[in-house]
Design a protein around this ligand. Structure first.
Ligand SMILES: NC(=O)c1ccc[n+]([C@@H]2O[C@H](COP(=O)([O-])OP(=O)(O)OC[C@H]3O[C@@H](n4cnc5c(N)ncnc54)[C@H](O)[C@@H]3O)[C@@H](O)[C@H]2O)c1
Length: 394
């Protein structure tokens, strides 16, 4: 198959590498010619790493490299591609412009896919004459290593397109999970309480940053919420939080944290700036950083020390509740949400598996207790999702 990749940055290069390794030909395009060269270098370095680690035979890597072609115009991509995967910047107008152009140039049977993390696939598809052949293919970073791909079916996406996209992902050796075109899709939505509730513990003076991280890591999560935000970029995490807060009509459970905004305003974005919630040197974390002086906690009497069990219970209950909200809204089925959270977020268990371990009554009673607590907005934040309430009270 010939795959066109539009945008040769972090994701475009990773996706190109995955496609090449699966035996596809790839046409790599970027509006910035130099970025195509850098993307190619990144693909080649990725293939070389695979060879060095014994995961990719040297002959296969050479053959993969030979299947990569630079494309200097969008026409050159569209003229040949069976599937185009757009991985340009996260800007709706930019993506709509690209899709309008692709639609005019690509073969009528070609599938046009977007790797958007948070934009509406339907709004992008609407500018084309073939919304039935437009789909979201949400790869995770780093694409060569992450097994999950969220296959986002917008209202107008044809069932056949979804089937073809699923088969394509399987052919890449990935695990596709189909979901609806809803804000944050599965992972970016269901994972929200992982960082938001963590931030609220600190904001309310109930727990220290390292205590929250230690509690979650001891519970089997690969990285505590603050270490995770430092890795992803506090600015990136805040942007997602803000976009979901807006998309969910400012529902209290999505309210971004003032601590996060203060960090971003102070330029403390995490590892990439050498300081976030922790301080970093080239060879790793150096320890906890002081909070910015501009940050005024909601409850200045800090120094609280919530026990680890209270921290993990609250964060996990909020994640379970969000997963039930997603099912209520028909974003995806529970087994798919579980799979997505294990593979896309590295959680030790999916939220429905965790709820099963705890027992649904315990989950609902725990949420009800949290809703009655003194936490700001607690009532709105922890109200059990309708479907959860229904099942638990049968
Ligand atoms: N980085 C992640 O963790 C991640 C994960 C999943 C999805 N995404 C999504 O993938 C997309 C790309 O993200 P990224 O991190 O690779 O960004 P990036 O900044 O690394 O790369 C984007 C590339 O797109 C190019 N570009 C800009 N306008 C273009 C145009 N009109 N035509 C062709 N190319 C154009 C840029 O020159 C740049 O090389 C975004 O929509 C992002 O939300 C990112």
């Amino acid at each position: 198959m010939i795959v066109g990749v539009v945008g040769a940055g972090t994701m475009g290069a990773g996706i190109a590498q995955v496609c090449l390794q699966a035996g596809h030909e790839v046409l790599l395009y970027d509006i910035d010619d130099a970025a195509i060269g850098r993307g190619r270098e990144r693909v080649e370095a990725g293939l070389e790493r695979g060879v060095a680690r014994g995961r990719v035979p040297a002959d296969d890597a050479a053959a993969a490299r030979a299947r990569l072609r630079n494309a200097h115009t969008l026409d050159a991509v569209a003229a040949e591609a069976d599937l185009v995967i757009e991985a340009a910047l996260e800007d709706i107008e930019l993506k709509r412009t690209i899709f309008r152009a692709l639609d005019g140039l690509a073969r009528p049977d070609a599938i046009l896919a977007t790797n958007t993390s948070a934009l509406s696939v339907g709004e992008i598809a609407a500018v084309t004459s073939r919304p039935g052949r437009v789909v979201g293919l949400h790869f995770f970073n780093p694409a060569p290593a992450m097994a999950l791909v969220e296959v986002v079916a917008a209202d107008a996406t044809a069932a056949e397109t979804v089937d073809r996209a699923v088969a394509f992902c399987r052919g890449l050796g990935k695990t596709p999970v189909v979901c609806a075109d809803s804000p944050g899709f599965i992972v970016n939505r269901v994972i929200r309480p992982f960082t938001l509730e963590a931030l609220r513990f600190v904001d309310a003076g109930e727990a220290a940053i390292e205590d929250v991280d230690e509690a979650m890591e001891a519970a089997g999560y690969p990285m505590g919420p603050f270490r995770l935000m430092d890795l992803v970029g506090i600015d990136v995490n805040l942007a997602v939080a803000r976009s979901l807060y807006a998309a969910f009509d400012e529902a209290p459970r999505f309210r971004p944290s003032p601590l996060q905004s203060a960090m971003v305003e102070a330029g403390r974005l995490g590892r990439k700036t050498g300081i976030g919630f922790y301080r970093y040197a080239a060879d790793g974390a150096l320890g906890i950083a002081d909070l910015p002086t501009t940050y005024a906690p909601a409850h200045p009497k800090s120094g609280g020390a919530a026990p680890a069990a209270r921290i993990t219970a609250r964060i996990e209950l909020a994640i379970i509740n969000e997963a039930y909200h997603a099912v209520d809204e028909q974003v995806a089925e529970p087994p798919d949400i579980d799979r997505a959270m294990r593979l896309g977020a590295g959680h030790p268990k999916g939220p429905f598996e965790r709820a099963g371990d705890l027992g649904l009554r315990v989950v609902v009673e725990g949420l009800a207790r949290l809703a009655r607590s003194h936490e700001p907005d607690a009532a709105g934040r922890f109200t059990p999702a309708e479907g959860l309430w229904r099942i638990a009270t049968i």
